[in-house]
Design a protein around this ligand. Structure first.
Ligand code: BGC
Length: 798
C-alpha cells in the first residue's frame, strides 16, 4: 500500500530528537522513542521508554520554595545495543563518517528500520541494518534486530546489549531545574535461557517495572551459542558477547524483551512474569508476524484514504498511527487516560487535559470501547473530583485541568519562561471548562453507541456530578437577573487575570458559561434517558433533589453571556476594555510570536493587557456545535443568534489570535470551512504539518500533539464529510471541497460498520456488518433505512 511510510534519507543530528518523537513505537501499554539503538542521552539523542500512566511525584526546590510535580517517568532504556571492533570505539554516529543513512517508519506494519554505512577512525567500514517493533499483539513484548556486515575488514568484535536504568527525566529543557531522578534499584541479574533482568521502582509511587531481555546471535541463518559476559550494576545490566566477523558476511543480533509492572492485572509479580515471558517468547520473526497481523486488523477499521496526493495521505496516516499507539485495544481497562502529548516524550508530564475533546471523536466512530475506557479513567477519579469541589465550597465534582495518577490537580504552580529565565505563577488550572469537555465526551460517546449500560452506571453519575458543580459554581447577579461564573480561565491561556489585578481568574468567560449552560440543559435529558431503577438510586446517592434539578433548569436558561458590539461574543467580561495588540510591530520585531505570552513576559509586559489570544476561545463554540445547535442554545438562554454571528465572530477573533497552541489551527480550519474554504484548507495543511515539521520550533521533540493529530482526522470525518450523529440517524452531508477528489473510510455507528466513499459527484454508502439487520442513515436531508450488505449511491453537489 502506498503512503504508509515516513522516510528519512539522511542522518541529520540536529533533527534526531524530532525524529525520535515521530518514530516512537508503542502499543497503548508502553512506548519507546525512535532513538538510535546505540545511543544514550546526549546532545543529539534522547532514548525514552514510557509506561501508559507510569507516573511518579517528586519535590524540587525553586528559589527557596518547595514544589511538587508528578511526571511521566522515563523508564529503563531496553533498546541499547552496540558494537566495537577489537581495540576500536563503541559505535557513535557523531564520531565516525556516515556514508549512507536511511531511516523508515513503516506505519502499516508498525516497524522502524534504519540502514547505514559507517567508517571508523581506522577506516573500517560497516553496514548496519536494524528493525524494531513494540508489539501491538503481545503487549508486554518488544524486539529489535541488527544485521551487521563488515564491508572491508574482518576481526573480533564485542557486542553489548543492555537494559539501562540509569536514565533520568531529561527530555524537556524547561524542566531542567526540577527533580529528574525517579527510579530506584530493585534487582539486576542473569536469568534462565540466556536472559538478563532489571527491576526498578519509582521512588514515590512505588511502581515496580521489570524488564527481561534475551539476546541471540545468528550467523549464516544459524544461531551461534556464545556465552556472554554479564556486567551488573545497581541500575543497569549488560550482556557482552565476543565473536569473529568476516568481511562481507552478515551477523544477526536479535534482542527480545518482556516488560511487566506492578500495575498489571492477573500477575503474581512483575519480574517472574517478565522472566517466564522471555523464556517462552518466540523469535524476532514470529513475534513480528503476530505484531503485523494486529496492525493489519487495526488499519482495516481505521484507515482514512484520501486520494489527493501523497503528502496529505502520509501525514493523515502518521496521525492515525500515533493515536492508536497511544490508546489501542491493549489500553482497554488499564485505567489510564489519554495524554495530550502521547507517551512520546515528557512534555506536559504525560498529563491528561481537555484535549480528549479533540481525540475521542476518532475513537467513537471506530473503537468506542477505547473511548469508554478513557471515560472510565475519569470515572475512577470521581471521588478526587468531588473532594476538589468540596474544598472550594462547591457541590458535585470538579475535575482537574491536568490529571495524572489519582486525579488530583497536577497543574504546576509555577512555570519557567525559557525566553526570560523567569519562574512565573501558573494560573491555568482555573480552566474549569475541562469539566464541560468531560460531559460533552460522555454525551458524544453515548449518542454514537447508545451504550445504556455505561450511561446508567457510570456516565450519568459523572454527568450529573459535573452539572451539580456548575450549578453551584454559578452565582446570581440580581442586577443582570442572570447567573455568572467567576474566577475562571478560558481555553485562551494568555488571559488569566485582569491587568493590574491581584485576583486570579476572569469573570464570565463566554465559552465556559455557554458550555456550563449546555451541561445543565443536557443533564435533564440524561435524567430522562437512564434506566428508571438506577435513576432514583443515583439521585439519592448524589444528594440531588427536585429543588436542585429545578435550579439546574433555571441556571441553564439564565446564564449570562457577555457581548461586545453587535453579535460579537466577548471572550470574557471586560475583554472590550483591553488594548489592541500591535501585531504588525511584533511580527517585524520577532521571528516567531506564536508564544506571545513568553515574548511579552520577557519584556516585562503581559498578554493580560491586550486583545490577543493564544488560541480559539469563543470560537470553540462554533467548533463543537452546529449553527442550528448554537441557535437552540442561545435562544434557550434568551439571546439572539443569527446567520451572521459565526462570520462576524471569526473575523473579529482571527485577527487577534497568535495560534500558540496547535489546537488553534484545527478549530480555525473547522469553522472557516463554513464560508472560506480556501483558508480552511490552508489551516488544515498547517495542522497536518504541525508535528511533522515541528512548526512550534522545538515542542514536538518533547512529545507529539495528540489533540491536533486526532483533530485533523476529525476534520475529515465530521467537517469535510459532514458526519453527524443524532438520535434518529447517522447523518452524512459532504462538503464540496475542490482540494479533495475522493475519500474512503469505514466507521462504526451503534455496532454497525459502514463504508463511505465520497467523490466530487457521488456518495457511496455500504452497510457492511452490524448487530441488527438495518440501520438508519441520513444523507443530506433524508433518512434511509439500510439493510445489511446494501450499497446505495447518491449524487452530490448538483
Ligand atoms: C493548550 C491547551 C492544551 C494543552 C495540552 C496548551 O498549550 O493551550 O489548550 O490543553 O496545551 O495540549
Amino acid at each position: 500500500m502506498a503512503n504508509f511510510k515516513i522516510c528519512y534519507p539522511d542522518w541529520k543530528p540536529e533533527k534526531l530528537k524530532l525524529r525520535e518523537a515521530l518514530c516512537t513505537l508503542g502499543n497503548g501499554y508502553f512506548a519507546t522513542r525512535g532513538a538510535a539503538e546505540e545511543s544514550k542521552n546526549d546532545d543529539y539523542n534522547y532514548p525514552g521508554t514510557y509506561l501508559a500512566g507510569g507516573y511518579n511525584r517528586a519535590q524540587s526546590k525553586i528559589s527557596d520554595r518547595i514544589i511538587e510535580n508528578e511526571d511521566l517517568v522515563n523508564f529503563p532504556n531496553w533498546l541499547y545495543l552496540n558494537f566495537r571492533p577489537e581495540g576500536g570505539d563503541w559505535l557513535n554516529l557523531a564520531h565516525c563518517q556516515v556514508h549512507e543513512y536511511e531511516q523508515n517508519l513503516d506505519l502499516r506494519k508498525g516497524t522502524l528500520h534504519r540502514a547505514f554505512v559507517v567508517e571508523d577512525k581506522q577506516g573500517r567500514r560497516s553496514k548496519i541494518e536494524s528493525r524494531r517493533f513494540v508489539s501491538m499483539r503481545d503487549m508486554h513484548n518488544a524486539a529489535l534486530e541488527w544485521t551487521l556486515t563488515p564491508q572491508n575488514w574482518s576481526g573480533t568484535i564485542e557486542v553489548a546489549s543492555e537494559l539501562d536504568g540509569t536514565v533520568i527525566n531529561d527530555g524537556v529543557k524547561r524542566y531542567k531545574d526540577l527533580e529528574s531522578h525517579h527510579l530506584a534499584p530493585v534487582e539486576s541479574k542473569e536469568v534462565k535461557e540466556g536472559g538478563m533482568l532489571l527491576v526498578v521502582e519509582t521512588q514515590q509511587s512505588k511502581l515496580v517495572m521489570a524488564q527481561a531481555a534475551r539476546t541471540r546471535i545468528y550467523e549464516g541463518g544459524k544461531r551461534v551459542n556464545i556465552k556472554p559476559e554479564i556486567q551488573t550494576l545497581e541500575m543497569a545490566i549488560a550482556q557482552k558477547f565476543r565473536l569473529e566477523v568476516q568481511e562481507g558476511h552478515d551477523v544477526k543480533i536479535e534482542k527480545v524483551i518482556a516488560l511487566y509492572t506492578s500495575k498489571d492485572k492477573a500477575i503474581t509479580e512483575p519480574s517472574l512474569e517478565a522472566c517466564d515471558n522471555i523464556a517462552m517468547a518466540g523469535e524476532f520473526d514470529e513475534l513480528l508476524y503476530r505484531h503485523e497481523q494486529a496492525w493489519e486488523k487495526l488499519w482495516k477499521n481505521s484507515d482514512i484514504a484520501l486520494f489527493n496526493g501523497d503528502r496529505t495521505q502520509q501525514l493523515l496516516r502518521l496521525h492515525i498511527f500515533h493515536i492508536l499507539q497511544t490508546a489501542s485495544p491493549n489500553s482497554i481497562g488499564l485505567d489510564v487516560g489519554i495524554p495530550s502529548r502521547g507517551w512520546h516524550g515528557e512534555a506536559y508530564r504525560g498529563h491528561v487535559f481537555w484535549d480528549e475533546l479533540f481525540i475521542t471523536p476518532f475513537y467513537n466512530l471506530r473503537f468506542p470501547e477505547i473511548t469508554r475506557s478513557l471515560l472510565m479513567y475519569r470515572f475512577n477519579r470521581l471521588d478526587k473530583a468531588r473532594e476538589a469541589a468540596r474544598k472550594e465550597g462547591y457541590k458535585g465534582a470538579m475535575f482537574p485541568w491536568q490529571s495524572g495518577s489519582n486525579g488530583r490537580e497536577e497543574s504546576q504552580t509555577i512555570h519557567l519562561n525559557p525566553d526570560s529565565g523567569n519562574w512565573i505563577p501558573d494560573n491555568t488550572h482555573l480552566q474549569r471548562h475541562v469539566n464541560a469537555a468531560i460531559a460533552y465526551n460522555i454525551w458524544n460517546y453515548y449518542i454514537s453507541t447508545e451504550d445504556q449500560q455505561f450511561l446508567s452506571f457510570h456516565g450519568a453519575e459523572m454527568f450529573l456530578s459535573i452539572a451539580s458543580f456548575w450549578a453551584s459554581k454559578a452565582s446570581y447577579n440580581k442586577k443582570r437577573e442572570r447567573f455568572e461564573i467567576l474566577q475562571v480561565v478560558g481555553p485562551d491561556e494568555y488571559h488569566t487575570s485582569y491587568p493590574d489585578s491581584d485576583e486570579q481568574g476572569l469573570k464570565n468567560n463566554a465559552y465556559t458559561n455557554i458550555m456550563a449552560a449546555w451541561v445543565l440543559q443536557k443533564a435533564l435529558v440524561v435524567l430522562d434517558i437512564i434506566e428508571k431503577s438506577t435513576k432514583q438510586d443515583l439521585l439519592e446517592r448524589l444528594e440531588i433533589d427536585d429543588k436542585e434539578i429545578k435550579h439546574w433548569e433555571e441556571v441553564g436558561k439564565k446564564m449570562y453571556v457577555p457581548f461586545l458590539e453587535g453579535n460579537i461574543i466577548s471572550q470574557f467580561e471586560g475583554y472590550g476594555d483591553l488594548k489592541e495588540f500591535p501585531w504588525e510591530e511584533y511580527r517585524k520585531k520577532y521571528e516567531d510570536i506564536q508564544r506571545l505570552d513568553r515574548v511579552l513576559e520577557s519584556e516585562g509586559d503581559s498578554p493580560n493587557k491586550y486583545k490577543a489570544s493564544k488560541q480559539a476561545d469563543v470560537l470553540m463554540l462554533f467548533y463543537l456545535f452546529s449553527t442550528q445547535q448554537l441557535k437552540d442554545i442561545f435562544n434557550r438562554l434568551g439571546y439572539d443568534f443569527d446567520e451572521n454571528t459565526l462570520r462576524q465572530n471569526v473575523e473579529y477573533y482571527r485577527e487577534r489570535t497568535s495560534h500558540g497552541s496547535t489546537l488553534s489551527r484545527l478549530v480555525f480550519s473547522w469553522i472557516l470551512s463554513r464560508y472560506d474554504k480556501q483558508e480552511s484548507w490552508e489551516n488544515f495543511e498547517a495542522l497536518l504539518i504541525s508535528d511533522f515539521e515541528d512548526i512550534q520550533g522545538g515542542t514536538t521533540p518533547e512529545g507529539i500533539h495528540l489533540g491536533a493529530m486526532a483533530g485533523s482526522l476529525d476534520l475529515i470525518q465530521r467537517c469535510f464529510c459532514g458526519i453527524e450523529v443524532s438520535h434518529e440517524a447517522l447523518w452524512i452531508k459532504p462538503m464540496n471541497l475542490k482540494q479533495i477528489d475522493k475519500i474512503k473510510f469505514k466507521i462504526k455507528f451503534r455496532g454497525h460498520w459502514i463504508v463511505l466513499s465520497i467523490t466530487k459527484k457521488v456518495l457511496r454508502v455500504s452497510f457492511e456488518e452490524g448487530w441488527s439487520s438495518s440501520v438508519a442513515i441520513g444523507v443530506i436531508d433524508r433518512i434511509y433505512e439500510f439493510k445489511k450488505d446494501e450499497v446505495k449511491e447518491f449524487p452530490l453537489h448538483q
